[in-house]
Design a binder for this molecule. Sequence first.
Ligand code: BJW
Length: 225
Amino acid sequence: MSHIVILTGAGISAESRLGTFREKDGLWTKYDLNEVATPEGFARNPDLVHAFYNARRANCRNAQPNAAHAALARLQKEHGGRVTIVTQNVDDLHERAGATDVIHMHGTLSGALCAACDHRWTAPLAMSTDDPCPTCKEMATRPDIVWFGEMPYHMDEIYHHLTGADLFVAIGTSGNVYPAAGFAAEAQSAGVETIELNLEPSATANSFDTARFGPATRIVPLWVA
Ligand code: BJW
């Protein structure tokens, strides 16, 4: 029974019209990441950060999974072994395509988190600084998103899967953000075969044994077939 671990990034959702981060027209060319994706930015201006994530939550609701998400969900159903999807994406397009074994290492747009007591609940479409925590009643509600300087979620589980996998595949990620950018090297040094599927070579291209380049909706279904 083989175990495939798949890391996905913004590129897999690009053709569902959810923006990427670092490309021309990417989110980080329009927004200062220090203001909208750090705990310090949230402390300075929570209204700005809520507005940023409220807009992305609305975009996500209107987006549809594409052929690449569907191909991975099909692979999970049809592969004889286990297929674990580790996504850096905060959208829910893998799940809406039918995927089941999905780890959201950077959190989810659908989640709200209380910074005071760690209680988690489903985020309303529009979050605001006026929402108290339903459990402890503190005014410490934030999006359940991993910002720069914060520890990504499920790291022990991810490293366990990575080092015990038979195949590691990275799809649509630029390889600029750690620790995810180190997964291919980690897998390779554990003797795991590594494949990159991306529009263009990532910053960590030398950690992959093989690569295929092109839009995810074309190359992912071809790879799965
Ligand atoms: C297509 C396509 C199509 C386009 N088809 N492909 C080591 C060295 C230096 C710094 C650090 C380090 N370790 C940690 C750091 C600090 C920092 C970091 O990495 N900084 C770098 C900028 C250098 N990391 C952190 O702070 C992380 N926390 C942390 O490290 O905690 C300590 C720790 C240490 C050790 C172990 C464990 C923990 C937290 C990072 C949080 C990232 N948060 C964000 C925003 C929040 C989520 C959100 O709002 O959505 O997450 S940043 C943003 O980047 C987002 C993404 O998930 C993430 C990755 O971006 P991604 O997915 O790669 O997108 P792009 O735009 O960069 O690339 C898109 C790709 O798709 C491109 O390659 C295109 O070609 C391709 N593409 N169209 C196929 N149609």
